[in-house]
Design a protein. Structure first.
Length: 122
């Protein structure tokens, strides 16, 4: 189990209850072990972050990014976050909300391929 800040537990619950439309759509395709029988979790605290989706079996984090992620400040924060999560051995896949809403099959294919690649490597 990856370390997390226990103070984020309630915030994580609140985010699960208030998911964006993109997160809801992606969750409908990730839940119930639909991809290679892998368990995904939503709004999972890891360190001092709450990641949108997390699959511990393949060390994968998936983020659905809204417009705030594409500002200079947002891009910098995401780079730092991805680097920190990478130091834990996690791979981060990012998709913008528009892409999830309009091209969900393409997004799922990218996730599927990443999971396959992770399962193949020792």
């Amino acid at each position: 189990m990856k370390p997390y800040n226990k103070k984020l537990k309630q915030a994580s619950r609140d985010l699960r209850n208030n998911m964006t439309e993109a997160e809801k759509l992606l969750w409908s395709r990730l839940r119930y072990k639909q991809i290679l029988g892998l368990q995904f979790y939503r709004q999972k605290p890891i360190l001092n972050f709450i990641v949108d989706f997390y699959c511990p079996s393949v060390n994968l984090v998936i983020e659905c990014d809204g417009s705030q992620h594409y500002t200079a400040e947002g891009l910098k924060a995401d780079r730092n976050r991805d680097q920190t999560l990478g130091e834990l051995g996690l791979k981060v896949l990012r998709f913008d909300n528009r892409q999830v809403l309009q091209e969900v099959d393409t997004v799922i294919q990218a996730i599927y391929e990443r999971c396959c690649k992770s399962l193949e490597s020792p």
